[in-house]
Design a binder for this molecule. Structure first.
Ligand SMILES: Nc1ncnc2c1ncn2[C@@H]1O[C@H](COP(=O)(O)OP(=O)(O)OP(=O)(O)O)[C@@H](O)[C@H]1O
Ligand SMILES: [Mg+2]
Length: 456
């Protein structure tokens, strides 16, 4: 690096700047996160603004024209659901996820399923060659003339192509591979990500062309690069899933144009991602019947109740410290419920290892599954199965009381749809007559009462 070039040390985790190198970022506390970057020449910094000029005068809100159909239908039902009904004009969306989870697949499939078959779609890839994308599209059975692929990492060239093609939507795969010539730093650094994303978002807002960024995630599971990236975009989605399972869950963590509670469920197969219309069926498909330690609960994801099987295994511990291992369920919550079981039911779990798993690689973090957790731990401990046609709903308090939960009716109608005949619910939960007819409802007030019902 020439001595004339002005450089600055930038924290790769939070974007903090320092004139000299520091071992620890004073702003976010991260160790060894400062990297030397050349200060922007700022010569072309306005290039995007010159190419896509916008009106800079303030306007009355009532005078802003708004088309009625302002959401772009992606053609993928589950994706639409997570986005809140489709992509809003000029919106910037960020999709993060583990390597190989299917981010590129999802967006390539989306490009092919957009209802408009004429308007160009620009897929910009900095990670894969055009040939590799072609091979994927052959596997997915995609053959659309309006999908344009650009394998490019230089921001300036990308902007030129956006201007030339004027697509209906453009996709950046991934934002960490794009760099602008105005900055001396390499692609993937905080300044590059921030600068490139801000210019592309500017174009999206100025032209109304939506942009979708793919983002890598760090070991900790957050989107790599500055946290500010998540503030800059309108929608942040995480694509999750367990490597050992074909199910993938798309979750909104930020959405300026929709609810963040909704999830989309997909199944990954050779032909790509398939919408899962009935996730409960999928999650319950391999459930063992009449086996101790297996209980079905309902977790509400957005407006959609999912039926999930919880499995517990309680075995004699060989160590002084019994283990409490959980997959897909909050560890602290399970430890708490084990303590309640000990105290209120006198169940001796101090010398027992407790393993708990939400089957199918899903995550449940809702208090409404507490009672189900208690039931499946007790069932495994006592080696007595819970009736297979039973579903268990309710939150458990520290004194062993069963507390009311939200949306009991929705959960019950989902359970009835899936063929369940009995349902344990909190006594407080009120049901309309229609729902009482669907299923045999058993209200309980405490875990002791449930225990009597299930195992006496
Ligand atoms: N022939 C196949 N049959 C079934 N699944 C496949 C097949 N080929 C690829 N896949 C699935 O597609 C996934 C890769 O998808 P994709 O490349 O879209 O992921 P990505 O999230 O973009 O990854 P990266 O972060 O590396 O870009 C694989 O992990 C695998 O699950
Ligand atoms: Mg990819």
């Amino acid at each position: 690096m020439s001595s004339k070039q002005k450089t600055v040390f930038v924290c790769q985790s939070c974007g903090f700047k320092s004139l000299k190198w520091l071992g620890r970022c004073p702003d976010c506390g991260e160790f060894s996160s400062l990297a030397e970057e050349v200060v922007a020449a700022a010569a072309n910094a306005k290039s995007a603004a010159v190419m896509f000029p916008t009106d800079t005068t303030a306007v009355q809100i009532s005078k802003i024209s708004c088309q009625k159909e302002f959401r772009l239908n992606t053609g993928i039902g589950e994706l639409n659901r997570v986005l809140g009904g489709g992509i809003v004009a000029g919106a910037a969306t960020l999709i993060g996820g583990d390597p190989g989870i299917g981010k590129s697949t999802l967006l390539l499939q989306m490009s092919a399923s957009l209802p408009d078959k004429k308007e160009p779609i620009l897929y910009i890839s900095g990670e894969e060659s055009a040939l590799q994308i072609k091979i994927r599209s052959e596997r997915l059975g995609i053959d659309r003339k309006n999908i344009f692929v650009l394998t490019e990492t230089t921001l300036e060239n990308i902007i030129n192509e956006i201007k030339r093609i004027t697509p209906m939507i453009f996709i950046i795969d991934s934002i960490q591979t794009i760099f602008t010539l105005d900055l001396g730093s390499t692609a993937g650094t905080v300044s590059q990500i921030r600068e490139c994303a801000s210019r592309l978002i500017y174009i999206a807002k100025a032209t109304g062309i939506p942009v979708i960024f793919i983002g890598h995630i760090t070991k900790g599971g957050e989107i790599a690069g500055p946290k500010i990236l998540e503030h800059m975009v309108d929608t942040v989605l995480y694509f999750e899933g367990d490597k050992g399972h074909p199910y993938r869950i798309l979750r909104a963590v930020k959405n300026r144009f929709g609810s963040t509670n909704e999830i989309g469920v997909f199944e990954m197969c050779e032909r790509g991602l398939l919408d899962v219309k009935n996730p409960s069926e999928l999650f319950l498909s391999q459930r063992p019947i009449n086996t101790p330690g297996s209980v079905v609960v309902s977790s509400l994801e957005g407006t959609r109740p999912l039926l999930i099987e919880l499995q517990a295994l309680v075995t004699k511990s060989n160590y002084g410290m019994p283990r409490r291992t959980t997959i897909g369920v909050d560890h602290g919550r399970v430890a708490l419920l084990v303590a309640v079981l000990e105290k209120k039911l006198g169940m001796h779990l101090m010398d027992q290892d407790v393993f708990l798993n939400a089957a199918g690689g899903v995550k449940v973090d809702e208090p409404a599954v507490d009672l189900g957790i208690v039931a499946c731990i007790a069932s495994s401990f006592l080696n007595k199965p819970v009736a297979p046609n039973m579903i268990i709903l309710g939150e458990v308090g520290l004194t062993g009381e069963v507390r009311g939960i939200r949306s009991v009716e929705e959960r019950i109608s989902e359970a009835a749809k899936m063929g369940f005949e009995k349902c344990i619910i909190p006594k407080q939960s009120k049901l309309r007559a229609k729902f009482k007819k669907m299923i045999t409802v058993i209200p309980v007030q405490s875990i002791n009462e449930m225990f009597e019902l299930l195992f006496a």
